[in-house]
Design a protein around this ligand. Structure first.
Ligand code: SAM
Length: 263
C-alpha cells in the first residue's frame, strides 16, 4: 500500500531521486541493474571476432560487474565510462583486484557527450543504461565512435506483448518514456544503420538473483545510514515496488539484449 500512494499520485519517479542517494544504494551491489555473467557471455558469442585484440567501450559501466566478465572473456582493452565518480572508483578497484588494471580502465563521463575519437572502438557495450540517453538517440550517436563492421550490444527495457495492464504500463512509461516492443526496437536499430545480429531476453534470474534479492540484503544498512531521510525511505519503497511489479507482471516486459553490426 505505501508506495502505491506515490505511484497513484504520480509524484515520485525514479528521475526525481537524488543521484548521490541512488549511488549510495546501488554502490553496495555488485551490479546496478539486471544481468548476469551468462547473458554477457552469450551476447559476446554473437561477435564473430571476439577472440581478436579488440578495443571495447562499456558505457554506463557502473561498478563494472559486466565489464570484468567481458575482460575475462576477451583480449585487448576496455574503457568503462560512467557518470558517477563513486562507481568509477569502485570499478577501478575491482579491476585491480582481478589483476585487469592494464587492460581495463574506468573514467568519469557522460554517454551523451563522449570524450572519444570517431571510429575508435570495435565494440560498444552498454547494459541497463541506454534509456538514460534514449534508445534511438544512443544508437545513432554512439555509431560515430564505432569502426565500420564494429558491434553494438545493449540491454534495454522492452515490452513482450502489444498490450499490457495499466499499472505496469504507467510505471515503465514513466521510467522509460520511449519503451517499445522487441520488433519496434529491432527496427529502430536497423534504421540507425546497423544490421541486426541477435536479440534475446534476459532470464528471470537476471532480475531476481542479480537485482532484487541482493537489494533486500542492503536495504536495512542503507536505511540505517540515511536514518530520518525521507527521500531515502521513499527510494527504498520505490525499489520494493519495482520488485513487486516484476513478480506480478514479468510476462509483459523485461530486458532484451540487442546486438547489431555497424554497416
Ligand atoms: N551497466 C551497469 C550494470 O549493468 O550493472 C550499470 C547499470 S545502472 C542500471 C545505470 C548506470 O547508468 C548507472 O551506473 C549510472 O550512473 C549510469 N548513468 C546514468 N546516466 C548516465 C550518463 N548520462 N552517462 C553515463 N552514465 C550514466
Amino acid at each position: 500500500p505505501k508506495i502505491t500512494l506515490h505511484m497513484e499520485n504520480e509524484k515520485t519517479l525514479i528521475h526525481d531521486f537524488d543521484l548521490n542517494l541512488i549511488c549510495d544504494y546501488f554502490g553496495r551491489l555488485e551490479r546496478q541493474g539486471p544481468g548476469s555473467p551468462e547473458s554477457t557471455i552469450r551476447a559476446l558469442s554473437f561477435i564473430d571476432n571476439f577472440s581478436n585484440e579488440l578495443n571495447i567501450a562499456d558505457f554506463a559501466c557502473g561498478t563494472g560487474g559486466q565489464t570484468m566478465t567481458l575482460a575475462q572473456n576477451t583480449k585487448g582493452t576496455i574503457t568503462g565510462l560512467d557518470l558517477s565518480p563513486d562507481f568509477i572508483k569502485k570499478f577501478n578497484t575491482n579491476a585491480a583486484k582481478l589483476g585487469l588494471q592494464n587492460r581495463v580502465k574506468g573514467i568519469v563521463g557522460s554517454m551523451d557527450n563522449l570524450p572519444f575519437q570517431n571510429e575508435e572502438f570495435d565494440v560498444i557495450w552498454s547494459e541497463g543504461a541506454i534509456a538514460n540517453i534514449g534508445f534511438e538517440k544512443g544508437l545513432n550517436y554512439w555509431k560515430g565512435f564505432l569502426k565500420k563492421d564494429g558491434y553494438i550490444a545493449v540491454t534495454y527495457e522492452s515490452w513482450f506483448t502489444d498490450e499490457r495492464p495499466n499499472e505496469i504500463e504507467k510505471f515503465w512509461v514513466n521510467a522509460v518514456p520511449e519503451i517499445g516492443t522487441i520488433g519496434h526496437n529491432i527496427s529502430i536499430m536497423q534504421k540507425a544503420g546497423y544490421s541486426f545480429v541477435a536479440a534475446f531476453t534476459l532470464s528471470e534470474k537476471c532480475w531476481t538473483d542479480t537485482f532484487f534479492i541482493p537489494q533486500k540484503a542492503i536495504q536495512k544498512a542503507f536505511l540505517e545510514k540515511n536514518a530520518g531521510n525521507k527521500a531515502a525511505e521513499a527510494f527504498v519503497e520505490y525499489m520494493k515496488y519495482e520488485a513487486e511489479l516484476y513478480s506480478k507482471y514479468k510476462q509483459y516486459y523485461g530486458y532484451v539484449f540487442y546486438i547489431g553490426k555497424k554497416i
